[in-house]
Design a protein. Structure first.
Length: 439
């Protein structure tokens, strides 16, 4: 398991840290006699003009460095982890927790459940607030750690405790109002499970969240279920998904008049379940919930059509497969249709069945290497190119969820597999690069 310590991962050449002799692999323990708990402390303390650094070398020996610099001038160093005292682990047992639905026997990091407010502030991770103590609330308010991303799920306390799998939990409305009163901005999500927090619970929750000034947006996200799911749960039907969209649109009209923002947004997956077209780009405003799967399809399509003029006809017959999940294949259909307007270019979606998690998991980002290899074995065409989106890869690696590398996929399948960034613009660039090779 990864150690959470203030280990320096890199030192920028010529930067202040390098000038003072800081090296990768060393630990920055303190700044101005204050122990660093996380990168937030580092950013806050290193903004001072006069710094006293306590550094532990690779041999464990400690030394002190003094630095005088301009205010907010960066030291030019980065750390292996954003937190140095350990990630706050989630103590909830949510009925739809995806980690609890994970197949057994995978790498240890896949079973880590975080509920850390620092990762919410830094990276937009969603937290429930149930694992925060008074000192945490005080720090959030005093350091203005904003915005935060909150998994609300339900404002009815009894139903919320059922969903979270807890007998007791700090009152969510009191917590949210406390943060709002302190000037903390928030974005919320409601993970919806049919028969639990939908219906009257949903309308009560939307109304209640909209009344809290600190909230800037709220997303409706359908529950995701693997083959190891809680047997009491099910997916939304097509008609139920249509109902969620209708509810969202009704609230959007009201909130736009009251708040000058649509405020409530439905995840792309709800539109796919309903077999309806995702909204226009303007309806997503500034995409406040893009990392939550709200507007990803529209943004991808908009980016593609913005730069598609960079494409031109191919001089040779060329086949390209876009590796994707079943929902991704639906989202890509207008883009693929447009690509196939180019002379001699033939593009298809290679929709991969998710056998690892189960067929109910249809999003692209949860595909595994073994499932892709199996799909390629059935769809291998001589001379074809296969584009694999980087959303499938572990950050800064070429490994998929099951530990299979891109090189292994290519080697075992015998296919020309190429990684591309997950955006419409990147797809155009990848296709254009293949065209240049074929001239």
């Amino acid at each position: 398991m990864k150690k959470y310590e203030p280990i320096i991962e890199y030192v920028c050449p010529g930067g202040l840290g390098a000038q003072k002799g800081l090296k990768a692999g060393e630990k920055l323990l303190e700044i101005n006699d204050t122990v660093l708990r996380d990168i937030i402390d580092y950013q806050y303390l290193s903004a001072n003009e006069k710094l006293k650094l306590t550094v532990a070398g690779k041999d464990g020996g400690e030394r002190t460095l003094s630095i005088v610099k301009d205010e907010d001038e960066d030291l030019g160093i980065g750390f292996q982890s954003a937190v140095f005292d350990g990630i706050r682990k989630c103590q909830n047992r949510c009925i739809f927790c995806f980690v609890d639905q994970m197949i057994k026997g995978q790498r240890e990091t896949l079973y880590l459940k975080d509920d850390d407010y620092r990762l919410s502030f830094l990276y937009g991770n969603y937290i429930t607030l149930t694992n925060l103590n008074e000192a945490d609330f005080d720090r959030i308010k005093s350091q203005k750690l904003s915005p935060l991303y909150i998994s609300v799920h339900c404002l009815d306390e009894a139903m919320r405790r059922t969903i979270l799998g807890r007998k007791e939990a700090r009152n969510i409305v009191d917590s949210l109002r406390e943060l709002s009163d302190a000037g903390i901005e928030m974005h919320g999500q409601i993970v919806l499970a049919p028969g639990y927090n939908d219906g009257k619970y949903l309308t009560e929750t939307v109304e209640g969240i909209a009344a809290i000034p600190g909230f800037r947006s709220l997303a409706l996200v359908p529950v995701g279920l693997t083959k190891c799911k809680n047997p009491a749960l099910r997916l939304f039907t097509k008609e139920e998904a249509k109902g969620l969209i209708a509810l969202t649109e009704t609230y959007q009209k009201r909130f736009f008049k009251e708040k000058d923002t649509r405020f409530l947004f439905a995840a792309d997956e709800i539109y796919l379940l309903a077999e309806e077209t995702v909204p226009a780009a303007a309806d997503y405003e500034d995409y406040p919930q893009i990392e939550n799967g709200v507007g990803l399809i529209r943004q991808f399509q908009e980016d593609y059509f913005l730069v598609k003029e960079d494409l031109s006809d191919f001089t040779q017959e060329t086949k390209i497969f876009l590796i994707t999940g079943f929902h991704g294949a639906k989202a890509l259909s207008p883009v693929i249709a447009d690509l196939n307007e180019q002379k001699n270019l033939h593009v298809k979606a290679l929709a991969v069945e998710n056998r690892f998690f189960g067929s109910t998991v249809t999003v692209t980002g949860l595909l595994t290497g073994h499932d892709i290899i199996a799909a390629l074995a059935q769809n291998k065409e001589e001379g074809a190119f296969y584009l694999l989106p980087d959303v499938l890869l572990k950050h800064h690696t070429d490994l998929l969820l099951d530990g299979v590398s891109v090189a292994e996929i290519a080697g075992q399948s015998g296919c020309d597999v190429r990684v591309t960034e997950t955006s419409g613009m990147a797809l155009v660039d990848a296709v254009a690069a293949i065209r240049e090779e074929r001239i």
